[in-house]
Design a binder for this molecule. Structure first.
Ligand SMILES: NC(=O)c1ccc[n+]([C@@H]2O[C@H](COP(=O)([O-])OP(=O)(O)OC[C@H]3O[C@@H](n4cnc5c(N)ncnc54)[C@H](OP(=O)(O)O)[C@@H]3O)[C@@H](O)[C@H]2O)c1
Length: 376
């Protein structure tokens, strides 16, 4: 199921703290960075925080700039992003500023939490997600019921930790502030537990007065049928590569990327690349990797179109090339239609060979875009 793009946003001290343990909120960002945060807020559909942050900071979480709010309204959006709170207990102060400022509010909670929040008179749409709160279900609810496509998560540490550990975060915007807290009881950004292997990808670093903004994206693919946020990034790249194909009336335009389990890109390719009129995207990418590369066994092939099961132009179809390379996970956007071959079923060939095939239909329109002329 499609989920919102999840952006984690936080500021930390040099010793990794989100706050100190005192009653007042510790200001970590600089004025210009608060302005940047306001701009980011203005570009999202919803802002989410955990109950711990509402209790500790009593935040408003508004778009403060009147110009930015006016621009949202002019674009047909709500003046303020939807505000989302997450609580298991429902034990929240109904007088907190979160409930009395900005636009619409939702409290995502449990059955028990919903009873408690309603009894307390919390001024929000109180949504119970069952006996326990599952993050996947929470994000699905926001996407399907509330139309949230871009979600900004503003803490605290417990929420950030779970979203990163469960591989539901698409992006991390981290601000490093030049001060030290030194308090062992201070909340940390990320707690202990199992995280994705490998390194995150640094996509930007920027000095903003005396703080530094760093933007990271997770890169490690999911495993088996489990979809990680990075799967969406890599499949998006495969769709971009499909746009590079020389046009053809007799073959699809497809992009492919091969990614190791630690998130490093092994190779990429696209149909008809390098002047080869019949080469397929997966074939072109795999040809760039040494056949004995040990990383292939745990790698994922991302292909904008399901790898082919039959082809006339070369002896081996791409589904077979993938299996022969030792790859056992494929993520694709679009099942191959009957345009050139009757009953193509690359996914069936891959599954019969022991590979997991994940189809992400949210990318189908992008995969089809360079092939529109073939549908006529
Ligand atoms: N520097 C920054 O950028 C920044 C930003 C935000 C916050 N902060 C700081 O972070 C601290 C708060 O962080 P925190 O980790 O204590 O709290 P938090 O992450 O804001 O909220 C934790 C609470 O959210 C609810 N929750 C989270 N995951 C849940 C799940 N899976 N199921 C049910 N409920 C769930 C629970 O509420 P219930 O207890 O109601 O069940 C839990 O106690 C504060 O000191 C604040 O100042 C700093």
């Amino acid at each position: 199921m499609p989920l919102p793009h999840v952006l984690l946003s936080a500021a930390v001290s040099l010793d990794g703290c989100l706050d100190d343990s005192g009653p007042e909120r510790l200001l970590l960002s600089s004025p210009a960075d608060f302005e940047r945060v306001d701009e980011v807020r203005a570009r999202v559909d919803a802002i989410l925080v955990g109950a711990g942050t509402i209790r500790a900071d009593n935040p408003r979480l508004l778009v403060n700039s009147a110009e930015r709010r006016a621009a949202r309204v002019a674009a047909g959006e709500a003046e303020y992003p939807l505000k989302v709170a997450v609580s298991g207990s429902g034990e929240l102060d109904p007088a907190a500023r979160f409930w009395h400022t900005g636009g619409e509010k939702v409290l995502l909670t449990t059955d028990d939490g919903a009873r408690r929040a309603r009894a307390l008179g919390i001024g929000a749409d109180v949504v119970s997600l069952g006996p326990a709160l599952d993050w996947h279900a929470a994000l699905e609810h926001l996407h399907d019921r509330r139309g949230v496509r871009r979600l900004m998560v503003e803490g605290g540490g417990s929420v950030h930790t779970q979203l990163l550990q469960q591989e539901l975060a698409d992006e991390l915007q981290l601000v490093l502030a030049p001060l030290l807290v030194g308090d062992p009881a201070a909340p940390r950004l990320f707690g202990p537990g199992a995280y994705q292997s490998g390194r995150l990808r640094l996509v930007e670093s920027r000095r903003i007065e005396d703080v530094v903004l760093m933007r990271y994206r997770p890169t490690a693919p999911g495993t088996g049928g489990r979809v990680a946020a990075a799967d969406r990034h890599w499949l998006g790249l495969a769709c971009e590569l499909a746009e590079l194909c020389p046009p053809s009336d007799t073959a699809f335009s497809v992009g492919a990327v091969v990614v190791a389990a630690d998130g490093s890109e092994l190779a990429r390719g696209h149909s008809r690349e390098g002047g080869d009129a019949v080469v397929h995207a997966e074939e072109a990418a795999l040809a760039k990797i040494a056949p004995d590369d040990p990383r292939l066994a745990r790698a994922t092939v991302y292909s904008s179109l399901e790898p082919c099961a039959r082809r006339a132009s070369r002896p081996a179809p791409c589904a077979r090339l993938i299996l022969d390379a030792g790859v056992r996970r494929v993520v694709t956007a679009w099942r191959e239609p009957d345009t050139f071959v009757t009953g193509p079923d690359g996914s069936g060939v891959l599954a019969a060979g022991g590979a997991d095939v994940v189809v992400l239909p949210a990318f189908e329109a992008r995969a089809k875009a360079p092939n529109r002329h073939l549908e006529r």
